[in-house]
Design a protein around this ligand. Structure first.
Ligand code: HEC
Ligand code: HEC
Length: 304
């Protein structure tokens, strides 16, 4: 939701990460569910919000401040610690959080946690992410309470937000599209949650679906997430599917620039995908209907 203002510190975090090459520990080698879970977890970039990398925080033990128009949020400890993390969560509890945005105690979660995208994950993929998280090291560290501005601190108000804006459930397949396109769409919409940055938001912080992927000048970390539709004057019409695939692999744009900040973090995840999956995302992105926006002067992407 409230990404209009920003996700402070994310740029620093991003680049700390780039040099950290954080490798999750103790994979139960050979367990296919765990391996699939790790693959999805990496592509979904759960780390950037749930780990305070800038201060060398323990993996997934709680994230850096996410500054929004509605207050400052701290993504909680999601290690398997029974007291401070999600060690006591059943698989069903975990499904409810990702599918429905509801916490273990039944409270509504704030959509700063991108569950409006994760709701599209398949049951199997949610189970596999859960299986993977269970293999990680528990960290006994209390989560920081978010500092949410009144009246937004009243979680029950989220009921109204959900009725207005939240559409729960997996994505129905679209007839007439290739299997590669369907897979690419799934990876972009559900796993990679590309819209959470690239789609503008209304005053209540909900994604404006009618302008999907047309960019958000006040995206996370006050960055300008560009229009990635195929509008000829304001977006990436001249990019080929291969150009987008290349960007997702290496972060390099067709004019030999490198994406910075938030997108560099995303590329950490997409670079770990298979080439076929990156290509699928690119095919999907290149199929988006063109939406014209005012051309904005390009802001520097970050400390590249
Ligand atoms: C853009 C930042 C962001 C990303 C990416 C993100 N989360 Fe979170 N997550 C949050 C925030 C913020 C909360 C707390 C929401 C609240 O307090 O209402 C949260 C809450 C949660 C919770 C509920 C924990 C609890 O104690 O109530 C779970 C489980 C969770 N996230 C798992 C994940 C997983 C798994 C991924 C990757 C698939 C992920 N998150 C990606 C920001 C994020
Ligand atoms: C955390 C926010 C965030 C998410 C999530 C995100 N992006 Fe980006 N993206 C950005 C920002 C910010 C830039 C601009 C980076 C720069 O200019 O250095 C960008 C740039 C791009 C560009 C280059 C556009 C241009 O004109 O140079 C493409 C293509 C792109 N993103 C595709 C994607 C895809 C596909 C996904 C999902 C897999 C995605 N992005 C997810 C923030 C995000």
């Amino acid at each position: 939701m409230p990404f209009q203002v920003s996700r402070k510190d994310a740029a620093a975090v991003t680049f700390a990460l780039a040099s950290l090459a954080w490798i999750p520990c103790s994979i139960a080698a050979g367990d296919p569910a765990v391996e699939r879970g790790q693959y999805l977890f990496t592509a979904a970039d759960c780390t950037s919000c749930h780990t305070d990398q800038k201060h060398k925080g323990a993996p997934l033990a709680g994230g850096p401040p996410l500054v929004t128009a509605f207050g400052v949020f701290f993504a909680p400890n999601i290690t398997p610690d029974p007291n401070f993390g999600i060690g006591k969560w059943s698989e069903a509890d975990f499904h409810r959080a990702l599918r429905s945005g509801i916490g273990r105690d039944g409270t509504y979660l704030y959509p700063v946690f991108p569950y409006p995208s994760f709701t599209h994950l398949t049951d199997r993929d949610i189970s596999d992410i859960y299986a993977y998280l269970k293999t990680l090291k528990p960290v006994a560290q209390a989560s920081r309470a978010s500092e949410i501005k009144p009246p937004f601190g009243w979680r029950f108000l989220l009921w109204f937000w959900r009725v207005l804006f939240f559409r729960e459930g997996t994505l129905p397949s679209v007839p007439g599209r290739s299997a590669e396109w369907q897979r690419g769409r799934y990876l972009a919409e559900a796993v990679g949650h590309c819209q959470e940055c690239h789609t503008p938001r209304n005053v209540l912080g909900a994604l404006e679906e009618s302008r999907a992927y047309s960019g958000n000048p006040t995206g996370p970390d006050r960055q300008d997430a560009p229009n990635i539709t195929s509008d000829p004057s304001s977006a990436i019409a001249t990019w080929s599917v291969e150009d987008v695939t290349q960007l997702l692999a290496t972060g390099q744009t067709p004019d030999f620039d490198f994406v910075g900040a938030g997108m560099a973090q995303v590329v950490k995840g997409t670079s770990a995908l298979s080439e076929a999956d990156r290509h699928g995302i690119a095919v999907y992105v290149k199929s988006l209907p063109p939406i014209h926006t005012e051309k904005r002067p390009k802001k520097p992407g970050g400390p590249t």
